[in-house]
Design a protein around this ligand. Sequence first.
Ligand SMILES: [Cu+2]
Length: 338
Amino acid sequence: MATDHSHSFSARYVHTNCIFNIFCKLRLMLLAGLLLLPQLLAAQWNATVGSESDDLGRQGLAFLPNEIWIHAGDSITWTVAAAEPHTVTFLTDGQIRPPFNVGCPGFFTGSAIFDGSSCITSALLFKDAKLTVTFPVAGNFKLVCLLHNDMTGIVHVLDLSQPLPHDQEFYDRLAQTEGRALLADRDAATPKHDHSQNGVAVGGGEIVATGAGSDTLSVMRFSDPVITVRAGDTVEWTNEDSITAHTVTFGTEPQDPVPPSSNVTVDPDGARHGVLNSISDSVHSGFLQAAPQDRVGLAQASAGVTRFRVTFSKPGIYPYICALHDGLGMKGKVIVLP
Ligand SMILES: [Cu+2]
């Protein structure tokens, strides 16, 4: 008992003394610094999501840069840089890909930690929205967007003993170059399978393979935004984008854009078909979208519906939109002459 008492007395004495001793104070600060060192060493990286042309018509669906090397304990902040929304998502290996509005399930807002053991995702992030992810353990982690199938990247998280190949400045430059290169791809918006006299391509796109996954360019435009036909003619729209869904919507926009409106029938070749008898009529194609690519071990996907036809029985001017991308300027007009 006596020893204990004297020990605590002497510790208190030393501690009290320490407050007035400048060297002792420095030693305490050094100790505190050493304890905080791992946090001080952890770096904060920045990356962008998406790129776009000035008129918003070309959207680069990509993580920019597409691949990044960091240390365990570091964080990356992804900021959306385009009008098309995206998610920042890390699923676990073998996890079934969930719909974007379900999350994985649920969503993280602001920040998240990913160590490969349980998934994390943001909700849809619109322009300037961010998600910061901290990676506490080493590993190579696949990054995906739940809205766009072929928009993937990789984060390489290295042990602290490993050197990092690049700095933030390098990634900033790479993000710019990758984003611009994707938008500059000119052949993506050229209609390739226009077999109809009154054909309009609905968007266009290209998937670009990178060492870390894939970037996608989607052109959110109708190839001939104004087309002139005669009463009784049929116009045919074809979605030529590799992954992005579009619609052709005349009149009132439906609540649910996925199915076609009830006045749409199916032609023998699988194309959807509507008839407009007046400029005040409504007709909606529903989602026009390519079938997803098949993969070994998964059920074959059925053929996608990419084509929509509308027959115009009366003269007039018929404006229409893509219900998903009219905000990006995806609008058109059919002028029907007598
Ligand atoms: Cu669209």
